[in-house]
Design a protein. Structure first.
Length: 198
């Protein structure tokens, strides 16, 4: 099915429905369960959902919680100052969502902080700066574009092996084990049997 439903090739922030490309088989249908997360506009959970939708999953949703969606209420008053009518104006700007997907709102803050205070910039964005230099990118949009292209090229997650996590058992006493690794030693208690407790 991954070859049938490729999703969005060029990210623009526009609405995408995988059902429009549906062929013989229906697309994989998912439901967003946010759990205890707050459903406020612009929350990260909705960004993850948009990534899944753009990736080719069918997740029923509306644009209400994406950045760029605005619902403004205007009260129309009569002759005596009493509210007679309330008019709702809904606007949707996909460009704002696209800027959030590529981190342009963060890039603006990074540039502003770099001019104002170099110390604060280094404290907040030193790792981002190192990532930009390592990937030879000028800004976050370029970095995210590279990341999206790499994910499209090889979407299978490969777990990296950490060499420092190998644990070595040093000694064993009744009821406890002492483990040793590159970072130090620690105790891990073991539940005793009835015979051992006696």
């Amino acid at each position: 099915m991954d070859s049938m439903y490729k999703g969005v090739e060029k990210i623009s922030g526009e609405n995408y429905n995988v059902n429009d490309d549906a062929g013989e088989r229906r697309p994989f249908k998912c439901f967003l369960d946010i759990g205890l997360q707050r459903s406020s506009t612009g929350a990260k959970i909705f960004g993850a959902m948009k990534g899944g939708v753009d990736g080719g999953l069918y997740i029923p949703h509306e644009n209400k919680r994406f950045p760029g969606y605005a619902n403004t209420k205007e009260e129309i008053q009569g002759k005596r100052g009493k509210v007679e009518k309330t008019q709702n104006t809904i606007s949707w700007e996909p460009k704002v969502l696209r800027d959030h997907i590529f981190g342009n709102h963060i890039q603006i803050y990074m540039d502003l902080l770099k001019k104002e205070s170099k110390d604060r910039y280094d404290a907040h964005f030193s790792k981002w700066d190192a990532a930009l230099k390592a990937s030879k990118c000028k800004n976050l949009e370029e970095l995210y574009t590279k990341a999206h292209a790499a994910i499209r090229k090889d979407p299978i997650y490969k777990k990296k092996e950490n060499k420092n996590t190998k644990r070595e058992q040093v000694s064993f006493k009744v009821g406890e084990k002492v483990f040793k690794s590159g970072k130090g030693t620690w105790l891990r208690h073991k539940k005793l049997t009835h015979a051992q407790r006696k």
